[in-house]
Design a protein around this ligand. Structure first.
Ligand code: AMP
Ligand code: MG
Length: 377
């Protein structure tokens, strides 16, 4: 599954096309949202499918106005620009998502942290810096002291939410910048799934890699309702293996599937991969600071975490958090939540629970990995 992608092509809000709109045909459409940063791709079956897709797009436009940190007058944009001590009025969506992010910070012991935008900027892995780098490497990696200094206020304790008579407010208690990018698409996929359900549609909703499957897959060729089969993209494609997928997951539907990893948004600094997911120490996953040599070095880490469960917002947040936690803590955490997972590591291991792999002869990329058997205790 593709991850979040910056699309630099023509800035059109509604890009492509309905291939079929008759009520008994499958309707597919692809629309760019979030200022062309995210693609909403839908496969809908049932009556009024196009109308449902329009509603989904409106919802995503509302979400962008609330939480897109790269837009100066979005709720999050205004909050991030506000001076310490000031109080900013925000809408319900932003307020609720910040609340969800606070809970996730506590639940994941800080692995999920929506206050890391200053660190993303320091490491030049935020959306704008990556665009500016355009594949080149920066002159240097950040000074470790700068990283630890920035981490001091990179926590939800740096702001205070309140519901007042005048609406929802957030007061900035310390220098902080919020980034809801690790759960907002999941939240939106849940709302899009609600829209599909309201219309009674069978749906595959794909928000740049955040997938929601509603109901059964309608097979146009035989007119039957069938199960879904979803490929998991190989984070480290192997030249001898032709398929892009490491494996295929089988699902009955009414579930979300979200993958996070280090392989879509990153740059290379000399031989080091510097990805967009930041660890509890303020350092991108897969890197560690060596105090003796005062340099950064590579470490084993999760390169792809696919999480499966009923809430796409939680799948999204957990997938990011698990990349930070590493395989052991990540699997323990996920099995305590009841969500399924398939995790691949840089040194060629994988573990899974609560997912069903299919077509393993054809999609045999997992053969290049060694399974770490997982048993919850
Ligand atoms: P995702 O693609 O859902 O894994 O989200 C990754 C994005 O969330 C990054 O590009 C950052 O914008 C932000 N982010 C980075 N590290 C974290 C983290 N530890 N917790 C929450 N959000 C993060
Ligand atoms: Mg996420």
């Amino acid at each position: 599954m593709a991850r979040f992608r910056r699309i630099s092509a023509v800035a059109t809000a509604l890009c492509l096309c309905a291939f079929a709109s008759a009520c008994n045909a499958v309707y597919t459409a692809e629309r760019f949202v979030f200022d062309s940063d995210i693609m909403l791709s839908v496969r809908l079956y049932g009556r009024h499918a196009e109308q449902a897709a329009d509603e989904m797009q409106t919802l995503l436009d509302d979400l962008a106005r609330a939480v897109d940190a790269t837009v100066a007058d979005s709720d999050v944009g205004r909050l991030n620009a506000a001076a310490v001590g000031s109080t900013v009025t925000v809408g319900a969506i932003c307020y609720d998502l910040i609340g969800a992010a606070e809970e996730l910070y506590a639940k994941t012991s800080g692995a999920f942290n929506a206050a890391l935008l200053p660190l993303s900027k320091l490491w030049k892995v935020d959306a704008e810096s990556l665009l500016l780098l355009n594949g080149a490497q920066p002159d240097a990696l950040p000074d470790y002291d700068e990283v630890t200094a920035a981490m001091a206020t990179a926590t939800p304790a740096s702001w205070l939410r309140a519901e007042t008579q005048d609406g929802y407010t957030v007061t900035k208690l310390a220098p902080a910048e919020i980034d809801l990018g690790a759960l907002a698409k999941g939240w939106a996929a849940d709302r899009c799934a609600d829209i599909a359900r309201n219309y009674g549609l069978s749906a595959r909703i794909d928000l740049s890699g955040n997938l929601y499957l509603v109901g059964s897959y309608f097979n146009e060729r035989n007119g039957r309702n069938e199960d879904w089969y979803i490929g998991v993209i190989a984070p480290r494609p192997i030249p001898q293996v032709k398929r892009d997928y490491v494996t295929v997951l089988h699902h009955k539907g009414d579930t979300s599937i979200v993958t996070s990893g280090d392989y879509e948004r990153y740059y290379l600094y000399n031989n080091l991969t510097v990805p967009h997911i930041i660890g509890r120490d303020g350092i991108p996953v897969g890197l560690r600071y060596d105090a003796d040599t005062k340099t950064y070095a590579a470490t084993d880490h999760i390169v792809s975490a696919t999480v499966v469960g009923p809430s796409s917002m939680l799948c999204d947040a957990y997938a990011t958090a698990v990349c930070v936690m590493g395989p052991e803590e990540g699997m323990r955490f996920l099995s305590s939540t009841g969500y399924g997972a398939l995790i691949l590591t840089a040194d060629g291991k994988y573990c899974k629970h609560g997912v069903e792999l299919c077509y393993t002869d054809t999609y045999d990329g997992l053969n290049a990995y060694t399974e770490i058997p997982w048993q919850s205790t």
